[in-house]
Design a protein around this ligand. Structure first.
Ligand code: UD1
Length: 338
């Protein structure tokens, strides 16, 4: 069964391609290589023993998207990762973000609704909840005004899909709201490849650990949390990847009543910035140089998932601990810097 994975050479996309191929799906990757490397195809092949089909394409080219679906008329499902994801850059370049993240979504959906029956999975984010009023965060928590164009693309993206599903009963879609994905494949053949200075905590930690960065800046220790630093729900990327496979299988089963559903994907466990540093120090067996600096504007204080819906409806649960995920991230960092 053929599955299209857009952005399939990216961090979460590549791990999902591995899990799909392990489950016997035939994967076609579309990626424009804007924030990924062609080398990832080899990593995927080396892990799974199977080379995915790869099409280098920019989904902003509407005609190419049309041509693709004419050439492949037997795609059973689409998992749409391709998007820009840097919050700060999105503030600087809003039109780029709206075009990349929403234009491409619209073009894909336009082709899918022509097909009759179609299955679609969208990469969303816990960013839609902003600072939630209640923790852990359930899927019923209200969506808060977005802090950035990036965050807005996830909110509006979900609305575009929901509105499209309402008038196209043949289209079935799931939006997966990721908490904080970290880690790498246990083989260290694929992992996160941030371009430039990492904005996210774990790649900054591993790059500091390896000596690429002088020290980690801890953004604020005066938050109303037990140790004063912000709390997030860090989920191993392989657990996250597996959730995409079960979500896809749910869509393929056609048993559910709703044709648009959302699920939180997290561990349910909150960890503070200091706890994440301690996890690194445990698994790497060394101290991490760090210094507390001012708060980062726009950071929420605490966010961790209520995972009941994904546990019960998808039959999926994150299995890895923070230390497992951190150990895999550290193994990957050491391998790529050799
Ligand atoms: C960030 C984005 C979020 C996006 C997600 C995608 C912001 C404000 N939020 O989430 O919209 O969906 O990435 O991956 O950019 N930290 C440090 N020092 C650092 C880096 C981070 O102390 O050098 C802290 C942050 O203050 C935060 C935690 O580590 O408390 C996690 O930060 P990060 O990895 O950037 O993730 P989010 O802020 O949760």
């Amino acid at each position: 069964m053929k599955i299209l994975v857009t952005g399939g050479l990216g961090f979460i996309g590549s791990h999902t391609v591995v899990e799909l191929q392990n489950e016997g799906f035939e994967v076609i990757i579309i990626d424009n290589l804007s924030n990924s490397s062609i080398e990832v195809v080899k990593g995927i092949e080396s892990i799974t023993g199977k080379e995915p089909i790869f099409e280098q394409m920019d989904l902003r080219d509407k005609q190419k998207v049309r041509d693709f679906f004419s050439a492949y008329d037997d795609i059973a499902g689409v998992i749409h990762f391709a998007a820009s994801k840097a919050v700060g850059e999105s503030v600087e370049k809003p039109l780029l973000y709206y075009e990349n993240n929403l234009g491409t979504l619209i073009y894909l959906l336009q082709e899918l609704v022509k097909k009759g029956r179609a299955n679609f999975i969208f990469s969303s984010s816990c960013t839609v909840y902003g600072q939630a009023d209640e923790l852990p965060i359930t899927e019923d928590a209200p969506v808060k005004p977005a802090e950035s164009p990036y965050g807005n693309t996830k909110q509006v993206g979900e609305e575009i899909i929901s509105d499209t599903c309402k008038v196209n009963p043949q289209l079935a879609a799931i939006a997966l709201r990721y908490f904080n994905p970290i880690g790498a494949h246990s083989t260290a053949k694929i992992g996160e490849l941030p371009i430039g200075v990492p904005q996210n905590l774990v790649p900054f930690i591993t790059q500091t650990g390896i000596g690429l960065r002088e020290q980690l800046s801890v953004f604020g220790d005066d938050y109303p949390t037990p140790d004063g630093t912000c709390i997030r729900d860090y989920i191993h990327v392989v657990d996250l990847a597996k959730a995409h496979v079960v979500a896809l299988q749910r869509l393929l089963e056609e048993k559910h009543e709703e044709n648009f559903e959302v699920f939180n994907l997290g561990t349910g466990q909150g960890s503070s910035v200091l706890e994440v540093i301690q996890s690194f120090e445990r698994v790497a067996g060394k101290k991490l140089k760090n210094k507390v600096v001012a708060r980062r504007p726009g950071d929420v204080i605490q966010a961790y998932a209520d995972t009941k819906k994904a546990n019960e409806v998808l039959g999926w649960k994150a299995l890895s601990t923070l230390d497992d995920a951190m150990a895999s991230a550290w193994k990957w960092e050491q391998k790529i810097r050799k």
